[in-house]
Structures are given as C-alpha cells and as structure tokens.
Ligand binder design. Sequence first.
Ligand code: ATP
Ligand code: MN
Length: 466
Amino acid sequence: MESSYCFIIMENLMIKRIQTLLKQKETNIKVTIRGWIRTRRDTGSFSFLEVNDGSCLVNLQVIADKTLVNYEDEISKLGAGCSVVVTGILRESPAKGQDVELHAELVEVVGWADPESYPLQKKRHSLEFLRSICHLRPRTNALGAVTRVRSRLSFAVHNFFQERDFAQIHTPIITTSDCEGAGEMFQVRASDEKKRNKEPFFGLQAGLTVSGQLQAEVYALALGQVYTFGPTFRAENSNTSRHLAEFWMIEPEMAFCDLDCNMELATDLLKFVLQDILDNCVDDLALFDKFIEKGLVKKLQDVVNKDFVHITYGEAVEKLSGLKEKFEYPVEWGIDLQSEHERYLSEELYKCPVIVSDYPASLKPFYMRLSDDEKTVAAMDILVPGIGEIVGGSQREERLDILTRRMNEAGIDLEEYDWYLDLRRYGTVPHAGFGLGFERLVQFATGMKNIREVIPFPRTPGFAPC
Ligand code: ATP
Ligand code: MN
C-alpha cells in the first residue's frame, strides 16, 4: 500500500542517482536536490520548476505549490539560472513522458540570476556563441553532455590500462627535449631571466612538452608497460577544427613490442573506451545523435564491432593518386598525407577507422624504427571519419648504431640525448608506443565538428579565455 507517511529519507541526492532509483520503481522517497532552474511554468495552483544539477542530461520536474511560504516572494520570481535547494517527495507523475515529479515541501533560493542579463535563456544558442561565454556554457545541455562524456572517457582510459597492468607515468610538463618535429614549442623561462640577463633557469633552454614519449620510453624499459596521460602544448599556428595549442594526450609505451602489437593495443583501446561510453552515457550520446551528428551511436557501435582496415602508406598512395582531381594536394610517394587524404580514406573509401603503416622515413622523426628497405619506418597512424588522424605511433629504433646514424643525419646533438642513447646501450629491447589525442577522441565520440567544443577552456592562437 502506498502511503505518503512512510518515506525513506535521502538527503542531497544527485538527479542521476534519482534516475536509477526510479528505474527500480522506488518512489515516495523524501530527497533534497540542489541545482539550477532551467525554466519555470505556472498553472492554476502551482508552478513547475525544471531543475538541472549537472549530474545528467534530464531535469527533475519540481512541483511547487502556491501554499509554500515563500511562493509569492520568491518561487514565483524564479527563472533560468537561479540556484535552488529543494526538499520534497518523489512521486510518479500522472503526466506522460515524465516519470516522476518532486513535490516540494521546501524551496530555498540560494542565488538569483537576473533574467535581463543572464545569457542562457531558453532558446538554443549556437556553439560559436557559447564559446564566447566559456564560463557559462557548461550549463547548457550540449556542453554538459560533452563534459560528462569526456570525464567517462578519461576514466575508461585509465581502466583500460590498469586492467592490463600498465603503470601510469607522470611525464614532465616542462622539458628540455623537444621530441624532434612533433610540433613548435612554447618556451619557459623565469620572469626575471631576460631582464637581468641571467642564465636560463634550467641551465638549458626549456619549454612546455609537445609529447611525453621519450620519457615514457625510459619507464617502459624499466617497468615494461607504461602510459602517460597529460597536457601537451604546441605553438602551431594552425587555426583548424582539429588543433589546439593545449591538448591532452594518451601515450602508452611497451617494451618487447613491435608495430603489430602496437596497432593491436591502439585498436583495443579505442574499442574499449567507446564501448564504455555506449554502456554508460546513453542519454548524452542520444542527445548528440539527435542534434549534433545523425547516426552517431550506430557509427560508434560499428567501430566497436567491426575490424579496422589496415593498409600501408604505399597502398594508400596508390589508392589516392588515381583520384588526382579530387584533392587540393596531389598525391605521390613521399608526400605527407594531408587531412583531405586522411579523411577520404576513412570517410569515403573504407567508411571506418583505417590504420596506415610504413611511412617514408624522410617524413618521420629519428626515433622511429628503420625498416629493412631503408626507405620506410615502422610507423602507424589511425584515421577516423570526420577527423582524420586520431592516433600516431611507431615501433622505436632500438639499435644504437642505426639510431645514432639517423640522429646525425637529422643534425641532432647526440650529447643532449645521451640519456636516450643509454636506453639502447644497456639492455635495449624492441619497443613501441603511440599518442592518442584525447580531444580528437572526444570529438569523434560526441560528433562535435570543432575541437574547441570538447575541452573546457580551449587555447588557440589569439584565444585563451578564463
Ligand atoms: P596532425 O598531423 O593532425 O597535426 P601530428 O601528426 O602533428 O597531428 P602527433 O605528433 O602524431 O600529431 O600527435 C599524436 C596525436 O595527438 C595525433 O594523432 C592527434 O590525435 C593529437 N594531436 C596532435 N596535435 C594536436 C593538436 N594541435 N591539437 C589536438 N590534438 C592534437
Ligand atoms: Mn602524427
């Protein structure tokens, strides 16, 4: 028998938890929720307040009766953006499409939001406009959903590696090695260095890391399997929808591993984390599927369930050079594949993730392992529809003589990289790893066209708000 006198009292419940309770048909619970008003609608004897607390996409509908003591003075003036604490009883709703309502006993207004100036009124705002208010945009459905999916993906990445006995390494953010050609570096120096003509703070010219790979190699050759997941900085002046000046990168490194095992790890990682959000971010993904990229969920399911295509760079060039008129940059052996080529392969030709391996040595940095043909290196990129390159990796050169030869050819100071060469002098082993751009992954998972939508505070040339 249902009785309104018999409650379980649960204070301060996030709306996401309430959703799970409701799936178990638990109602008549007394709860306190805390969140922000999305809308208020008045009827004869009460008001409907849509409250969102950020824990999930759905709002909880609060019924605030006109008999509440602060109804006239406060509740009737609530609007979008106001913060409230509501205590009440969860009841199954008679209305269709609305599982449950919270019948308020107490509505405490914590903070007001002036409707004249609050930028997030009910209408839908463009993503470009929302970027100009980075400090308020997480309060919207779309950006809230991105934030939750991003968080879940991060958690899944750690789960994936920890389950496989990889140790997480915190590689340095300030570094004196520039990972040769990964990207332009930002310099780091003490504020009084230049003024007083002092020695560089770290003795050597220092900068913000462009990749944690070289340091991850150090630990892979001691702990076997490691990964780093940290911020990365590139002062590249590329104002594209896929580049940020500050982004996060996942970089595993494995000893006793060749290019094949590297490709397998990258494939498993992508499938694992996408399966995880398919299981755990159902509502948020449905929102993206509806408003951001039609067919998104099916696309992600296909990535999880189907094999990736693997072709060599040579094969890719063969496929692409037959289609000269299609591209701005014509394709021939030896050129770096441009975004248009990468996207053609994954979006139009194969319509799935494509692994391209064995790139010309001349295009790639010194540490990638030279193949027997002496023309290519054991490199691999993974290209995905809509984005292009999402993963870049390689087997590393483990042979001291070949490594030093390639460094000399590239004009690199061997002295500076003596520590790196020690890894080949003492107990060298074949090893491999890759970098997965975390924002590109979030972009792929949410269907967001612009990478600036998937990081809380994007940094691009001329733009670093908050
Ligand atoms: P691209 O050719 O797309 O500029 P890259 O080849 O310079 O990328 P890598 O040095 O291979 O990139 O870095 C590994 C991964 O890091 C890339 O596959 C990509 O997912 C990501 N990445 C690289 N540069 C950026 C950037 N500026 N912003 C966001 N992600 C990036
Ligand atoms: Mn790359």
